[in-house]
Design a protein around this ligand. Structure first.
Ligand SMILES: [Zn+2]
Length: 209
């Protein structure tokens, strides 16, 4: 029994929420993106729910409700996951282009447009204690709620001057995106502990060879 529990715990993977922006953290649900050993971290709809929980966009009650719905509608859940991944790849390409001072592709902006049009039909503006915000109205189809929150964050970032701070990790194989809030805007790695140290070690070895 203890062994089984341990295995279950190992299987539940922790996502790295370090991009400094929800849209970028979503783009970072792929490991070693720039290598030939790309690792997909969203392999099932429950992975998407776990990511959303860790990213703080679902309460545990919401996550439980959505989990149950996903179990009841596996085909729909698979379709929503597929859309989420297509959308994520467009988000990655758009912000990777912006980080490299290139113009994003029209086809990728189109993917954002279509996602926003489809999902915004299920949302309305409401006045909250923090001012105006979107309220998700479609309780019957809330499998898409996670995607809606990510779509909104992606658009918010794209439309704001904050996008000038988006960087792509300089480690050769990483491909993770992050917000550079350093004073002189010189942050180079997604995570100093992971990519930063690895790259420094590589350079050290190269120099000393
Ligand atoms: Zn990195």
């Amino acid at each position: 029994m203890a062994n089984l529990l341990q295995q279950a715990r190992v299987a539940v993977q922790e996502f790295e929420i370090s991009g400094g922006n929800l849209a970028l953290d979503f783009a970072n649900t792929v490991s070693r993106r720039r290598s030939d050993q790309v690792e997909e971290l969203l392999c099932s709809y429950p992975d998407l729910i776990r990511w959303a929980r860790q990213a703080g966009i679902l309460s545990s009650a919401e996550a439980n409700r959505i989990s149950r719905r996903a179990e009841d509608h596996p085909e729909l859940a698979a379709k929503v996951l597929q859309h989420a991944i297509e959308f994520r790849e467009a988000v990655f390409r758009i912000f990777s282009a912006i980080a490299a001072h290139r113009t994003p592709l029209d086809s990728d902006l189109q993917i954002l447009t279509v996602a926003f049009k489809n999902l915004s039909r299920k949302a309305e503006l409401a006045w909250t204690s923090n001012g105006p915000d979107w309220r998700w109205t479609d309780q019957g189809d809330s499998l898409e709620k996670i995607l809606w929150v990510v779509v909104r964050s992606s658009l918010d970032l794209l439309m704001s001057s904050e996008k000038e701070r988006v960087r792509e990790c300089e480690a050769e194989t990483c491909g993770w995106l992050f917000m550079d809030h350093s004073k002189n805007q010189s942050r180079r790695w997604c995570d100093m502990k992971v990519c930063g140290n690895r790259e420094k070690a590589k350079r050290f070895h190269r120099r000393n060879r």
